[in-house]
Design a protein around this ligand. Structure first.
Ligand SMILES: NC(=O)C1=CN([C@@H]2O[C@H](COP(=O)(O)OP(=O)(O)OC[C@H]3O[C@@H](n4cnc5c(N)ncnc54)[C@H](OP(=O)(O)O)[C@@H]3O)[C@@H](O)[C@H]2O)C=CC1
Ligand SMILES: N[C@@H](CC=O)C(=O)O
Length: 346
């Protein structure tokens, strides 16, 4: 049996289900992969909890379900201890990062991830900020560009449970990729669908928040920036084109009218917040995110309210369309654990 001691920063809609999966699948991990994942440090906005022998998952989950901080846990709580201090001071084999995304400075995830990689600790990210603002730097610090450096994985950041990074980087290897299209943000898609059904914007956003899929700052969803972030991550990691947010033309869903929604539905399609990458030749691509009316012939035209999807076109592999129906953020936790299994293969 192998024991991997891990740190988890961020214990919200993603971090909590991740720990729940670890609890419910602990015996499967042991039986199938001979792997024990031991939480030795966790952090939220109030501080941290640390135990070199392993934290009691039930107590961590109990305090988070009660909306408390792990810093209050008797004996192990460290009020005010930051995620960065956790990575610096606690001996561990792996970082799992799920703090809120900031597209202004990538923090706190960017510093936390950089510190972990520089300490030789592999990192698995759900947060997008570090990748969107620091992809080149983090790739150079990790196995993505520097063989022998610690691993950096981020399946959950670029499409939650939809395995876009694995498909694009792995299964479509050697293909010359053509136009990419994707509905990469569940919250905005749910809002567009609910508005087409006659629901209010506010009610639809409340539904997304109750499901745990809206960003901590939901304007990232509504204004297209979460979609653009995922597109930037895919551009760098899958299309392998150095790309930043300033390369993406971004329009969110706030200006979409009921008439536009009705017109698209009348043609058997719908309005999608579509992320698009268009190869222009010579290694250049055009990137955009904008509400787009698609007709019935489009591969994503029948996407349900709780679905996201993407279309990869490759000269070797043809057209691959992937659609994922998800209920909440649990799939992101599962995607992070898939990344862990990739880093620590049997
Ligand atoms: N929700 C989803 O479906 C998905 C989310 N993501 C990404 O995953 C990340 C987490 O999302 P989500 O769980 O929904 O967000 P939440 O807002 O639900 O949770 C964020 C967590 O981070 C903690 N936190 C906030 N600031 C700090 C800090 N400075 N140091 C340490 N911990 C901190 C919060 O603490 P406290 O508990 O005290 O508030 C909370 O536990 C985001 O970057 C998001 O973009 C990726 C894919 C899907
Ligand atoms: N806010 C995002 C969560 C996953 O990245 C979404 O709604 O898709």
């Amino acid at each position: 049996m192998r024991t991997v001691r891990f740190l988890l920063t961020g214990l919200g809609n993603v971090g909590v289900p991740l720990l729940e999966i670890l609890q419910s699948r602990a015996s499967l991990l042991l039986e199938r992969y001979r792997l024990e994942l031991l939480p030795v440090g966790v952090a939220d906005s109030g501080g941290a909890a640390v135990s070199p022998n392993g934290l009691d998952l039930a107590s961590v989950l109990e305090v988070k379900r009660a909306k408390g901080s792990v810093a209050s846990l008797p004996g192990v709580g460290r009020p005010g201890m930051s995620g960065r201090a956790l990575v610096r001071d606690v001996k561990a084999d792996l970082l799992l990062e799920a703090t809120p995304t900031s597209l202004k400075d990538g923090q706190p995830g960017l510093d936390i991830t950089r510190d972990a990689l520089m300490r030789g600790m592999p990192a698995v990210l759900a947060s997008k900020g570090p990748l969107v603002l620091g992809y080149a730097e983090l790739a150079a610090l990790s196995d993505l560009e520097s063989p022998g450096r610690p691993a950096l994985r981020f399946s959950g950041a670029a499409g939650a449970a939809m395995p876009l990074v694995s498909l694009g980087r792995g299964d479509l290897a050697l293909g010359k990729l053509g136009r990419f299209e994707g509905v990469l943000n569940n919250t905005s898609h749910l809002l567009l669908c609910r508005m087409a059904e006659g629901k209010t914007y506010e009610a639809a956003l409340a539904e997304a928040q109750a499901l745990g899929i809206a960003e901590t700052d939901p304007s990232l969803d509504l204004d297209g920036w979460d979609t653009a972030s995922k597109l930037v991550i895919l551009a760098n990691a899958v299309m392998r084109v150095p790309t930043t947010l300033t390369d993406v033309s971004v329009t969110g869903i706030r200006g979409v009218t009921r008439a536009e929604l009705d017109a698209a539905r009348a043609k058997g399609g719908q309005v999608l917040l579509l992320a698009r990458g268009e190869p222009l030749g010579g290694g250049k691509w055009e990137w955009s995110v904008r509400p787009t009316g698609v007709d019935a012939a489009h591969p994503l035209s029948r996407l349900g309210a709780m679905e996201m999807g993407a279309v990869f076109r490759s000269d070797l592999h043809g057209v691959n369309t992937i659609i994922n129906a998800e209920q909440g953020a649990r799939g992101t936790g599962a995607a992070m654990l898939k990344d862990v299994l990739e880093i620590f293969p049997d």
